[in-house]
Ligand binder design. Sequence first.
Ligand SMILES: C[S@@+](CC[C@H](N)C(=O)[O-])C[C@H]1O[C@@H](n2cnc3c(N)ncnc32)[C@H](O)[C@@H]1O
Length: 405
Amino acid sequence: MANSERLDGRQDGSAFAELDRYRDKWREAPLGSDTDGRMFSSDLLAMSDEKLLAAWDAMAGRRYGGEIGWLGPLYFDTFRASHVLELGSGLGFDGIRFAEAGALWTFADIVPDNLDVIRRIACLKGLSDRVRFHLIDDDLSFSALPADYDVIWVFGSIHHVPFEIARKEALEALSHLKPAGRWMELVYPRERWLREGAPAFEEWGKLTDGERTPWAEWHDIEKVRRRLFPAPFRTVLDFEFCSHNYRWFDLQYASDRPFRLDDFDVDLLSRETVLSNASISLKAGARRTLKAQSFRCPAGLFAPAAELDLAGAIRGLQGDRAFLPGIAVDIDCTVDRGSVGFGLVDVAGAYLPGAETVVESGPDSRRVTLRATAGDLPSKLIIRNLRSGCRSAFTMRSAAVRIAG
Ligand SMILES: C[S@@+](CC[C@H](N)C(=O)[O-])C[C@H]1O[C@@H](n2cnc3c(N)ncnc32)[C@H](O)[C@@H]1O
């Protein structure tokens, strides 16, 4: 498949995900919640049926009564008689619960013993005809599965492998999702990563999921969208809970056709116009320093610091194309002090609904992506101060406009 070869950077079409080190970690699966500890699934498999069921039920009971207990009441009705594919099912607490309530659940995991535990639990609970299993191999293929899933459920799993592996896996799984199907995912937010010292992702996994964890990576909505790109999604839910420890996304695949990567002209979608420093104009009171890349906002909440004229770049991208699905503006920046808003405005200077992203100061470089649909194209990007009593400061490394689905 030409497109996937381009995406994974290999020309021989071979699998690039070597999952053994992740498999070795995840033979020890979480017992329902982050505070409940972990257990080797082989130890659970060594138990008698009676003991296994009692142990599993006790763990499941704590999970359903804990911080994510709301998942059941929120989704029982949505999932009844629906086909759900779960990536990274662990010991199967969510899938068994929803299968008991009428869902048809496919458990997929990289660890065979984890799947064997669920297989036994499903059998003991009389659910064997409502569930199926898929062992994810290094080729990250789901081709043995049907292509008509209503939902893909990803609960704290693929953020434990590096972004490019997770992206390849997600795109493989997406070709098994129905039009208008849902992608639901629990991730760890960036706020938690910052609070815990902004460690390398190889180190962060040890803090989030125990000493043997090789990887944990923060995600926000844009990172999840980048992982799923070019499949278009609209946001149904996006919120953090438990003191910024978790973030929940419920996204709907916004197309009436099944997703096929080969249907997309990836070269066209990745074409962009890079905006130069020259196209950034300063607003009154703002200051630019350090080779024209660092900015200090004027005093006052909401005071604009700089604006980028987008009209020319958008015209350039449009060329003589009859249809422009929409555009995205990507900005790589660091906010050094305070809070900064990056927002799109229309020709009349009015902010486009939902098109402002607020970035708080922090040590890491951020990629901010702002989107606009064809019917609502912006004329400018405005950057403004959003911290009261502070002249926020930021550094912009690049800005570019591209076509987006
Ligand atoms: C933190 S546990 C979460 C398990 C379960 N979803 C839960 O909430 O209890 C991570 C699970 O994801 C699986 N996993 C790790 N990397 C994966 C990947 N790239 N694809 C699918 N599953 C993966 C692990 O084997 C493990 O079962």
